[in-house]
Design a protein around this ligand. Structure first.
Ligand code: ZN
Length: 147
């Protein structure tokens, strides 16, 4: 039962996001960068952001990890571009609620990334799904780059 649901989840969007991730790589001049790890799975993710005039203009992620963590990185970067850090902070909390509870009050804020709601059926994978989002929050609060 659980495996069948996980198979469906993979088959839908997640596998495609993980094998053809958007915004994968490094930015040439990030204003913010952070590397985060999920020791329980071995996922490692480095996130670069370029924040100009209070808006995230570009985002890119690199690293290695399971399908869920890579798909989440792709979906997350796609959704945060064009947002303010304050909005991203709300998105990170909403995403966390969504994958833990399977629903969140303002999940429309997440756009396509809401597809990852199915992860709530697999508690062991929640940290994989939230890793990229935690990276976004952490990059904005402690990842500022100084010349
Ligand atoms: Zn993982």
């Amino acid at each position: 039962m659980a495996l069948t649901k996980l198979d469906q989840l993979y088959r839908q969007v997640i596998l495609d996001e993980a094998t053809h991730p958007r915004h994968h790589g490094k930015l040439s001049q990030p204003t913010h960068t952070i590397t985060v790890r999920n020791p329980s799975c071995g996922d490692v993710l480095t996130l670069d952001l370029q924040v100009v005039d209070g808006v995230i203009q570009a985002a890119a992620f690199a690293g290695s990890g399971c399908t869920i963590s890579q798909a989440s990185g792709s979906l997350m970067t796609d959704q945060i571009i064009g947002q303010t850090p304050a909005t991203v902070s709300r998105m990170v909390e909403t995403f966390s609620t969504l994958v833990i509870d399977g629903q969140a009050a303002d999940e429309a804020l997440l756009g396509d990334a809401a597809i990852l709601r199915g992860v709530h059926q697999f508690p062991a994978r929640i940290k994989c799904a939230t890793l990229a989002w935690k990276a976004a929050a952490q990059a904005l609060t402690e990842g500022a780059q100084h010349d």
